[in-house]
Design a protein around this ligand. Structure first.
Ligand code: UD1
Length: 420
């Protein structure tokens, strides 16, 4: 298993491009199952989760052509298998995204109960209830969800809570359902908007993306389309935190500052200097020389993203004073705290709140990644720590960050990956 070894203390300087968003790529790939013609996607990031989704689509019978420069062309014409097996689904919870499209176009889907990051129980009950409201019959047996429907019909469904992949699953299913579907308390995440844009290019009729009410008028079939995936806001914000906590000066290119308002505001509150150029689609982040404690509470978009709280805990560990992070989306999402403590961070967790007291500095140590965003926080901590930090189980980070050590090396970080 690969390890990442970081020697901290170098201020990051330079410019790096932001990759396409993982969380927009996965549903867009799944959308190919809705169509019997080609979908051409560009700005697809090189990530383990993307490979897993392509593998899953391949075994459903989707034909896939990958061109490093031109992107990925996927063709759902030959879909002949509606089962998403345990060995693939267990590594990636987002595999559940194939359920809505398979059911809508092929009348059935058998999906292994999803796994993914070990951050709480993460049920999929709302995906299932929404599909039931659209006429699906759902059975759970042998670790599989078995969904069938001759033809889905439109429905009025109110989500009990905001779910990103739940919204995406039902939105995709509704594109081919008979009649109008209205989804309320829908997720407003930019990745949901990106999927709606992609589906509309494919001939779907979706209105209201980016608001909490989606109106989807079902169509007979989807058409050939081309779509460019939006830039990854979590990757961008992770590099912004890296710049701030190493006393660096980093310019991100190919980014979209408009979907980063909450992280940018919090970074500014924490003492980082952030300059945004909307026309050039760049963000420059520098340290003001003095980091201040802040309080953060995670919320669905446009609130502060849960996928960024682990990284912010590192920044706050190096700030003056005491702050807190309250996690409202997932239970059990503070597993990185015990590893950060090994580096000298002073963080106490009580219930869903982590209280952080800033310490003068961190010291390198061997640590272990526990989930995707937790592993990013350990890399950040290593960049700021004195001495060497060895991070094991970095396969978690490869699920969601494209060539993280190469991008950090470009910025001057002393970081390497070793196999072993
Ligand atoms: C997506 C993102 C993930 C991000 C999360 C929250 C993808 C591929 N992943 O995950 O990076 O951390 O949104 O922004 O886009 N819930 C239920 N029942 C359901 C569905 C969800 O109770 O049927 C709960 C979950 O347990 C959690 C909350 O709703 O507490 C939000 O989860 P959800 O938005 O569904 O997360 P994902 O879509 O899996």
């Amino acid at each position: 298993m690969d390890k990442i070894i970081v020697r901290g203390g170098t201020p990051l300087r330079g410019s790096i491009p932001i990759s396409g968003a993982k969380n927009a790529t996965l549903p867009a790939l799944a959308a190919s199952l809705l169509s019997d013609t080609k979908l051409h996607l560009t700005d697809i990031p090189h990530l383990k989760d993307v490979t897993t989704m392509l593998e899953l689509l391949g075994q459903h019978g989707v034909s896939i052509t990958i061109d490093e420069k031109l992107g990925v062309e996927i063709d759902g014409a030959g879909v002949n298998n509606t089962c998403a097996p345990y060995n693939l689904v267990r590594t990636m919870r987002a595999s559940i995204l194939v359920m809505g499209p398979l059911l809508a176009r092929h009348g059935r889907a058998e999906i292994s109960m999803p796994g993914g990051c070990a951050i709480g129980s993460r049920p999929v009950d709302l995906h299932l209830r929404g599909l039931e409201a659209m006429g699906a019959k759902i059975e759970l047996s042998g670790g599989y969800i078995r969904a069938t429907a001759k033809k889905l019909h439109g429905a009025h469904f109110v989500f009990d809570l905001v779910t990103v992949t739940g919204t995406e699953n039902l939105m995709m299913a509704a594109t081919l359902a008979d009649g109008l579907t209205i989804l309320e308390n829908a997720a407003c995440e930019p990745e949901v908007v990106d999927l709606a844009t992609c589906l509309n290019k494919m001939g779907a009729k979706i209105e209201g993306a980016g608001t909490s009410t989606l109106r989807i008028e079902g169509v007979e079939r989807l058409i050939r389309a081309k779509h460019t995936i939006l830039p990854d806001r979590i990757e961008a914000a992770t590099f912004m935190v890296a710049a701030a906590l190493t006393d660096g000066d980093v310019v991100l290119t190919n980014t979209d500052p408009t979907i980063l308002e909450s992280p940018i505001a919090k970074l500014r509150d924490a003492g980082a200097l952030v300059d945004v150029d909307l026309d050039a689609r760049t963000i420059r982040t520098r340290s003001s020389g003095r980091l201040r404690a802040i309080d953060i509470k995670t919320f669905p978009y446009p609130g502060f993203p849960t996928d960024l709280q682990a990284q912010m805990l590192v920044l706050m560990s190096l700030s003056e004073g005491s702050g807190s992070v309250t996690e409202t989306i997932f239970e059990n999402r503070f597993m990185h705290v015990s590893e950060l403590r090994r580096l000298g961070a002073d963080i106490q967790v009580r219930g869903n709140t982590a209280s952080v007291r800033g310490v003068g500095g961190l010291r390198g140590a061997p640590v272990m990644a526990t989930d995707l965003r937790a592993s990013a926080s350990l890399v950040l901590a290593g960049l700021a720590a004195e001495g060497e930090t060895e991070i094991s189980r970095v396969y978690h980070i490869d699920r969601g960050y494209e060539r993280i050590e190469e991008k950090l090396m470009t910025l001057g970080a002393n970081i390497k990956r070793v196999s072993g």
